[in-house]
Design a protein around this ligand. Structure first.
Ligand code: GAR
Length: 222
């Protein structure tokens, strides 16, 4: 199988992008980045990509009359990259469903909550406010519904009495950096498949999100 052609969208710091690039470099992902696009004129993710030799594109929403036309310009560029997979790696804009349709089963997102809990923003604050004992991150296939596509894998952390939004975000990020490459690696290896919206792992339905094993691989939840 030829290496998976990967494009990513990012809006900020780019630490998940860096984790993916590391995993491509050391062979955990049989993949090659073909484009990093951003809705910010300047952000750390653009620098991370450029330093790794990945082509970058920055489009400014303010230069377009509405969200739909911005998304069409962005997704035209993504289509032109001939990417096999699109990764939303800290992309903080809502995407018009019309441009997502051609990417069904070919786009994943990392989200800092145990979906279906806490879609959208301020997930750490929401977990604290709810008095949850656990928090986590999810990687899911992207559909037209915001943070709503089938969840593939999750990483969990426990919430302690001293935790704040900041400590949760910091502790969870370490897990995101293992979870997202593990899922993208499994897609590149053909182990995770979309299967018309009923994703499978090694041919078995993912009824419950996969979990990260201590060696960084994915396994069925126990
Ligand atoms: C990550 O925590 C990611 O889960 C979150 O933004 C952060 C990006 O960090 N994404 C979302 O909230 C998307 N709804 P990064 O730029 O360092 O990868």
């Amino acid at each position: 199988m030829p290496a998976l052609r990967i494009a990513a969208l990012a809006s900020g710091r780019g630490s998940n992008l860096a984790a993916l690039l590391d995993a491509c470099a050391d062979g955990r992902i049989d993949g090659k980045f073909v484009l990093l696009a951003s809705d910010k004129a300047k952000c750390a993710a653009l620098t991370v990509a450029a330093e790794a030799g990945v082509p970058t594109l920055a489009l400014r929403p303010g230069d377009y009359p509405d969200r739909r036309s911005f998304d069409h310009a962005l997704f035209d560029a993504l289509a032109a990259s001939n990417a096999d997979l699109l990764v939303l790696a800290g992309y903080m804009r809502i995407i018009d469903p019309s441009v997502l349709m051609p990417w069904a089963g070919r786009a994943v997102n990392v989200h800092p909550s145990l979906l279906p809990l806490y879609r959208g923003l301020h997930t750490h604050a929401q977990a604290l406010a709810a008095g949850d004992a656990e928090h986590g991150a999810s990687v899911h296939f992207v559909t037209a519904e915001l943070d709503g596509g089938p969840v593939l894998a999750q990483a969990r952390i426990s919430i302690g009495p001293g935790d704040t939004e900041a400590t949760l975000a910091t502790r969870l990020l370490v897990h995101e950096h293992r979870l997202l490459p593990a899922v993208v690696g499994a897609i590149a290896a053909g182990r995770i498949a979309w299967n018309e919206g009923n994703p499978t792992f090694d041919g078995r339905a993912i009824d419950t999100p996969l979990t990260l094993c201590s060696d960084g691989s994915l396994g069925a939840a126990t």
